[in-house]
Structure formats: C-alpha cells, structure tokens
Ligand binder design. Structure first.
Ligand SMILES: [Zn+2]
Ligand SMILES: [Zn+2]
Length: 363
C-alpha cells in the first residue's frame, strides 16, 4: 500500500525541511487524539509521514522508492534486503527529536510519560484566590491578608533538595551532563528522547545527602500568609497577578503565579459604572422647585450640592473627581447624582393646610 506522505502533511514535494517541520506541527495539533475533533489514525499517519519526511536519508529513500521502501512485507522493501532491518512503524527505531514537536512535545510528553524533557525549566501551577472587597475598598484600595496552602520552596534547602553543608559531587546518573537519553515505546513507535536528568534535575551535580526536610524534593507543603496590596480602582471580577507566588514544582523548577480575583460587595448607596459612581438621592420637592442646597453622600464623605430652582425629577448632577481612581494613579472618575423629589408620606395639620392653599393656586 503506497502512502503519499507529502499529501498527508499537506506540503509540496519540493517543501523545505522547515516547511515540513511546520506542517507536521500544524497537522499533529489538528489531529491530536486528545482534541475534540482529534483523529487517532490521522495523527498516526501524520507522525508516520514526519518520521520519513523529517529525516533526510529516509526522505531521499522515500522520494526514490515510495512508501513501499519502508514496508517490510513488500518485495521492494528494504527489510527483505536487510537494508532497513525490518523497519516497522509499530516498533520503529526512528529517532524523534522532541524539539521538533514545539509545544506539542509537552502534550506528547504527558501522553507518553516523557514530560519534563527538552531542558525546559519546570513551572509550577498557577493558583487563584478570591478576595472580598467592600465597595470603598475597591475604590481606594486595601491591604488584605490571605492564607494559601501550597507547595513552597523548602525552607531548609531553599528548594535545592540538598542537605545544607552536604558535599556536592558529579551526578552519577548523567555523569554530569544534566541530560539522559530515554527510550519510549509508544503507539507511534519508539522515541529516543533526551530528557533532563531526573536525578539531578539538569544540574549535573548532586549533593551527597538529600535534604532531610523535603527528602530531596525541594518542596515543602505549607500554609502561607500573604499580605496583599490591592490597588485603588479594581473592579469586580478583575484579578491581580502575583508572579512567582503559585505552586513550586520542585528542585530546578520555577513557581507558578498567583492570581487574586476581587469580588466587590454591593453597596446600598453607590453603584459603579466604569470609573464613575452613581447614586440617587431624594430631595424635598420644595427645594427642587425653589432651589437650594442638599448634602450628598460620596465615597469621600458628604458634599454640598446646589440644586437650581425648577429642577425636574431624575435630573443628574456631576460631582467632578468624586468617582473611582484610575489604575494609572492619575485622576478619578466622577460621581453622578440623580435627584428624585421626596414626596412626604405624613403631613402635619399645618403642612396640609399650606399644600391645600398651593393647590388652590393651581400647583
Ligand atoms: Zn529541603
Ligand atoms: Zn544527573
């Protein structure tokens, strides 16, 4: 059965090595079985195609003889002639450089268990915490204490996994190289991959004694108290990123980040609209008609608002600069006050008499 590996990768026969590599990454992503629209067979085909076209010598043979060259059951196959020694994709010996996979290497790594390869530094999980804020705390910022239970850098060895004072010598597992070759048998064949040495985490040297506190893992699980400076102006649902405050992944790794997501409580008086604060106040209908002054509650405390005569219900007044501070630290939004007439529910005998007189006047 002849397979068109160029077609499988979607490239021209004249494609460069780089184009083939890129096409492989794209196709492998597209068909990855862990994906929603993944297709295991297509994924295998893509990998098979790359196993041939991604290798100069294999590609040359393929260009000359077609896929039959790699089929041991074929008369043309090199297997029969001893050239390929029974090249079989289910047990193939082709080397795959995990670098070729790009970030897919991590996915495959997770799938086949050779994660942590490629010499990349391990990164711990990001964590998220919610913090409740009062309306005014969100406006002006706040200092909040939170407790998080995480994997932390071991205090005794500072995350190195080595017993303090212990003699450091060359790692026996990798002979100081920091890397070891691993062979992985997978459904795609056997991968020879170079991974970070699991014994020394890539350092090439190792302390004679593991840290007694963390047994050499570098990790100490414990509760941490954090004092968080919430800046002024954060709004409900926004998150603050604290770099390096997430989970510590162990020796040789880097802690993830911590996200502090703020939840702002509803306020009985104020409503926030971007950087403006809105509120509604009741004003005696006599003031709305004749004009006058009223006290308005703002986040900065009460201010006096002048109501002009003949003010209609639902009129809005702007209290400049009494809104929410901008995150840049410069300037603030405004406070918009909507006035509603306060219609008295109870009247004294005298008030009633006066109102009745007004009514007779046609008001
Ligand atoms: Zn330790
Ligand atoms: Zn080592």
């Amino acid at each position: 059965m002849s397979k068109d590996y160029y077609k499988i990768l979607g490239v021209e026969k004249s494609a460069s090595e780089d184009e083939i590599k890129k096409a492989f990454r794209r196709k492998a992503h597209e068909h990855h079985p862990d994906k929603k629209n993944g297709n295991e067979q297509a994924f295998k085909d893509v990998n098979e195609a790359y196993g041939i076209l991604g290798d100069k010598a294999n590609r040359a043979k393929y260009d000359q003889f077609g896929s039959a060259a790699f089929d041991p059951s074929s008369a043309q196959g090199f297997g029969g002639q001893g050239g390929f020694g029974g090249f079989d994709f289910n047990n193939a010996g082709f080397n795959v450089n995990v670098e070729d996979f790009g970030d897919l290497g991590d996915i495959l790594g997770g799938m086949f268990g050779f994660g942590g390869g490629r010499g990349r530094q391990k990164r711990g999980r990001d964590l998220e915490l919610e913090v409740d804020l009062e309306f005014k705390e969100a406006v002006f910022g706040a200092q909040k204490e939170v407790n998080i239970y995480t994997n932390n850098e071991c205090e005794t060895c500072k995350g190195t996994g080595a017993e303090p004072g212990s003699k450091i010598s060359q790692c026996e597992t990798c002979k100081g190289a920091g890397k070891v070759q691993q062979q992985q048998r997978t459904m795609l064949g056997t991968f020879n991959t170079v991974v970070v040495c699991p014994a020394c985490h890539g350092k090439g040297e190792k302390a004679e004694k593991d840290c007694g506190t963390c047994s050499g893992s570098g990790i100490q699980k414990k509760e941490r108290k954090l004092s968080i400076n919430i800046p002024a102006g954060m709004s409900h649902g926004e998150a603050l990123k604290l770099s390096g405050q997430g989970d510590f992944p162990g020796v040789g790794g880097k802690a993830g980040d911590l996200y502090i997501r703020v939840k702002v409580k509803r306020d009985p008086v104020f409503v926030r609209e971007d950087h403006n604060i809105l509120s509604t106040i009741k004003v005696p209908f006599t003031i709305m008609s004749l004009g006058g002054k009223v006290d308005v509650e703002t986040v900065d405390g009460p201010v006096v608002l002048k109501i002009p005569s003949g003010t209609e219900a639902k009129s809005t007044f702007k209290l400049r600069g009494k809104g929410v501070p901008y995150m840049s630290g410069y300037g603030r939004g405004d406070h918009m006050v909507t006035v509603m007439p306060d219609v008295p529910q109870k009247l004294t005998r005298e008030q009633k008499k006066l109102l009745e007189e007004l009514q007779r006047e046609g008001l």
